[in-house]
Design a protein around this ligand. Structure first.
Ligand code: COA
Length: 341
């Protein structure tokens, strides 16, 4: 008798965004810009900012996990592994995942950070899926969390209008149904590193009075180059994943893209022939939260997804890194620890 392959199914989801809002109107008082320009050029109306100085990325991840555990009815000590996708760890050392395991009470879990910028959550989701498929682990939490406000220059109108803070988490569990992570395709092109980076604070240019004076600890980007590469990268990755799984646009129920710029999202959707109502967008509320955009979008729109729905996730980020993931939505646990069924 043929045993069905074990896949990794998303069975719970959680999210956290800070209370404080940074609106376009507020940005008008900080840099030379306007609500109209930001709305037209990016689709963003406001972002959330973690303004409590005693909190950082790990705390947002902990709150997203707490939300996931509360909603699923699972206990923290039941979790086997944590993968934390982030580009803004609390510190260079120790790993933020260690802090999260401790603060979230994941006492049985091992954990690690994964940095692939805005593609981090998708890369991490594939790693989590592999751990589940190996059948060594039964409950893996994958988090995307970033505190972009810590590395954005609020005097630079090219970047400060784009980014926000937040965290989203999913739980992966083994499934012998048709649901789960079906396929993924990722690319990395280091030639893109020059176009989107935080130049100092790493090993090449450790913090010094000069690096501080020159503002090298902030995000620097060539927006136009990133914009074009993002449309091409996400468009091609989605097309390739669909082709090799025999899928046409009509077969996809939902597209959940990285939320970097509404014009990028619309261009990718148009290129692939997805009607706008299938493409999930929450950029107007949160801006670009880097590794958190996709899980926050899944969290926001979970009520729309039915078990078995065909969903395409796609991301593009610094590096350059990009890719697409195809999954069938799972049965979510709700409150009692049991699968929803
Ligand atoms: N408010 C008002 N004007 C602004 C502005 C702002 N916040 N930022 C730039 N401008 C000005 C520019 O100075 C330029 O003026 P000029 O024509 O007098 O030189 C004009 O608006 C057009 O600038 P441009 O850079 O061509 O705008 P754009 O349409 O490319 O939009 C971005 C800029 C950054 C919004 C866009 O390039 C983008 O989203 N890029 C991708 C960034 C991204 O997603 N990064 C993360 C990757 S995951």
């Amino acid at each position: 008798m043929n045993k069905r392959r074990i896949t990794a199914e998303i069975t719970a989801i959680g999210g956290y965004v800070p209370e404080d809002r940074l609106t376009n109107k507020m940005l008008e008082t900080m840099v030379e810009t306007s609500d109209e320009w930001i709305t037209d050029r990016t689709g963003i109306k406001e972002r959330r900012i973690l303004s409590d100085p005693t909190m950082a990325t790990s705390d947002m991840a902990v709150l997203a996990i707490a939300n996931l555990l509360k909603d699923s009815g699972l206990q923290a000590e039941e979790i086997d592994c944590l993968i934390l996708a982030t580009s803004t760890p609390d510190q260079l050392l120790a790993p933020a995942a260690s802090l999260v395991c401790e603060k979230a009470g994941l006492s049985s879990a091992w954990g690690f950070d994964l940095n692939a910028a805005c593609s981090g959550f998708l890369y991490a989701l594939s790693m989590g899926a592999s751990l589940i498929e190996s059948q060594r682990y039964k409950k893996v939490i994958v988090v995307g969390a970033d505190q972009m406000s810590a590395i954005v220059n609020y005097q630079d109108r090219n970047t400060c209008i784009l980014f926000g803070d937040g965290a989203g988490a999913v739980l992966l569990e083994p499934s012998s149904t048709e649901n789960g992570i079906k396929d993924y395709l990722f690319k990395t092109d280091g030639k893109g590193a020059a176009y989107l980076s935080v130049p100092a604070g790493g090993a090449l240019q450790p913090a010094s009075p000069e690096t501080l004076m020159e503002g090298k600890h902030f995000v620097h980007q060539d927006g136009k180059t990133v914009f074009k590469a993002a449309i091409k990268g996400m468009g091609n990755a989605c097309q390739e994943v669909m082709t090799r799984n025999g899928l046409m646009s009509d077969d996809i129920d939902w597209v959940v893209p990285h939320q970097a710029n509404l014009r990028i999202i619309n261009a990718v959707g148009k290129r692939l022939n997805f009607p706008p109502e299938k493409v999930k967008v929450n950029i107007q509320r949160y801006g670009n939260t880097t590794a958190a955009t996709i899980p926050l979008c899944l969290w926001d729109y979970q009520a729309d997804f039915k078990p078995g729905d065909d969903i395409l996730l796609t991301a593009f980020g610094a590096g350059f890194t990009w890719g697409a993931t195809y999954l069938k939505w799972g049965n979510l646990r709700h409150n009692n620890g049991q699968p929803k069924g």
